[in-house]
Design a protein around this ligand. Structure first.
Ligand SMILES: Cc1cc2nc3c(=O)[nH]c(=O)nc-3n(C[C@H](O)[C@H](O)[C@H](O)COP(=O)(O)O)c2cc1C
Length: 350
C-alpha cells in the first residue's frame, strides 16, 4: 500500500509504514513492543505517563539496545487539581471497602501528588531526545514547546474535536492525533470534567482535513489493512493503533487482561470514569458495572487513578479481570497473538 505522504513528518522520520503503534501506559507498551514496532518500520511509542524521569530514561536506553530505529515518548499533560477533600475520599473508601477486603488489600491512605512530576518527566524526554514527543489531555505549555523545538524534537498533540485540533495547531505542534470515540484507553478530551463529544474517527477526520494544516494521525477502531487504507484515503497521513497490538507476544498486557481480550472477538466496550476519574474505553467488567452507578464515590482524575491502583494490582496478582481497567477500542475480531513485526507485515501486505 502506498501512503499519500507529502514531504511530512513521517517521511522525515524515515518510517517504512505510516503507522504509530500506540503509546499504552500501564504495561502494554513494553520495551519489547516499542522496539519491535520501530524495528519493523512503524513508530514504536513509549507510554511514559506513569513513569518517573529515571524510569523513562532507563526504558529509552533499553529500546536503543534493541533497535536504532526512531521511537516516540508519550506523556499526560498535568492536571492542576487541589487536594481532594477528606469527605470525598471517605465516600470513595466506603464504596470500595468490600472490594479491598475481597482482594485482601488494606484501606488506602490517599495523599498528593496524584501523578508523576511532569516537569521532571519532560526534562527526561529532552535528555533522551526521542524521534517524537506526543502528549494527550491538552496543550503543552509554551515554554515546553520552545524547549522541544530547540532540542529538535517534533511534537504530536491529541485532539478529540476540531476545536482541540485547532488549539494544538496554534500552539505549534508538528502533527495532531485525531482520537475517535472508538479508541481504547483514555479519551484525550482536554477538560478532565468535560462531557465526551463522542465524535467518531470518520467524522473527526472529515471535519479536520482541509482545515488543520499539520499532518493528521487517525486513531480509534483501526484494526485491519482496509481500515488503514480508508483512513489514509480520508486524508490522514498516518494511523495510530493500540487495541490491535494488545495481544502481540511482545506486549506487556497482563495475563488476566490478555485472557479477557481473547475470550470473545466481540469485546463489549464502553467508556467509564470509574478507574481514573477520566473517561476511558474498556471492556465492561464487574468494577465498571458496580461503580458506574455511584458517581459520588469517584474522585477526580488523577486522584481516582492513584486510588484504584492497589485494587488493579491485586486483581492482576489474583489473575482476576474483575477490577482491572481492560482498555480496548470498539474494533472487533480475533486479536493477533504473534509478533508485532508479523502483524505490521500483514497489515501492509493486505
Ligand atoms: C491499553 C491502552 C493504553 C493506552 N494508553 C495511552 C497513553 O498512555 N497515551 C496515549 O496518548 N494514548 C493511550 N491510549 C490510546 C491510544 O493512543 C489510541 O488512541 C487508541 O489505542 C486507538 O484506538 P484503538 O485502541 O481502537 O486502536 C491507550 C490505549 C490503550 C488500548
Amino acid at each position: 500500500m502506498s501512503a499519500p505522504m507529502d514531504s511530512n513528518l513521517f517521511q522525515q522520520l524515515g518510517l517504512k509504514h505510516p503507522l504509530i503503534v500506540a503509546p499504552m501506559a500501564g504495561g502494554p507498551s513494553s520495551v519489547d513492543l516499542v522496539a519491535a514496532a520501530s524495528a519493523a518500520g512503524a513508530l514504536g511509542a513509549m507510554g511514559g505517563a506513569y513513569s518517573n524521569a529515571a524510569a523513562i530514561e532507563a526504558f529509552a536506553a533499553q529500546v536503543r539496545q534493541r533497535t536504532d530505529k526512531p521511537f516516540s515518548i508519550n506523556l499526560f499533560i498535568p492536571h492542576l487539581i487541589p487536594e481532594v477533600a477528606a469527605d470525598r475520599v471517605e465516600r470513595a473508601v466506603e464504596a470500595t471497602a468490600r472490594y479491598r477486603r475481597e482482594l485482601e488489600v488494606p484501606s488506602p491512605q490517599l495523599s498528593p501528588p496524584y501523578e508523576e512530576d511532569f516537569d521532571a518527566q519532560f526534562e527526561a524526554v529532552l535528555r533522551v531526545k526521542p524521534a517524537c514527543f506526543s502528549f494527550v489531555f491538552g496543550l503543552l505549555a509554551a515554554d515546553h514547546v520552545s524547549e522541544a523545538k530547540k532540542a529538535g524534537i517534533p511534537l504530536i498533540g491529541t485532539a478529540t474535536t476540531l476545536d482541540e485540533a485547532r488549539a494544538l495547531e496554534e500552539s505549534g505542534v508538528d502533527a495532531v492525533t485525531l482520537q475517535g470515540f472508538e479508541a481504547g484507553g483514555h479519551r484525550g478530551i482536554f477538560g478532565a470534567k468535560a462531557a465526551d463529544p463522542e465524535i467518531g474517527i470518520r467524522d473527526l477526520l472529515a471535519q479536520c482535513v482541509g482545515t488543520i494544516r499539520v499532518p493528521l494521525i487517525a486513531a480509534g477502531g483501526i484494526m485491519t489493512g482496509r481500515d488503514i487504507r480508508a483512513a489514509l484515503q480520508a486524508g490522514a497521513q498516518a494511523v495510530q493503533m493500540g487495541t490491535a497490538f494488545l495481544a502481540c507476544i511482545e506486549a506487556g498486557t497482563s495475563a488476566p487482561y490478555r485472557k479477557k481480550l481473547l475470550e470473545t472477538p466481540e469485546r463489549r466496550t464502553r467508556t467509564t470514569r470509574v478507574f481514573s476519574g477520566r473517561f476511558a474505553r474498556g471492556i465492561e467488567n464487574r468494577f465498571m458495572i458496580e461503580m458506574d452507578g455511584k458517581p459520588d464515590a469517584i474522585l477526580p482524575f488523577p486522584a481516582q487513578n492513584k486510588f484504584t491502583r492497589d485494587m488493579r494490582g491485586a486483581s492482576t496478582t489474583k489473575g482476576s479481570a474483575d477490577f482491572l481497567s481492560l482498555w480496548s477500542g470498539t474494533g472487533k475480531g480475533e486479536l493477533w497473538q504473534g509478533s508485532a513485526a508479523d502483524l505490521i507485515g500483514r497489515l501492509f501486505a493486505e
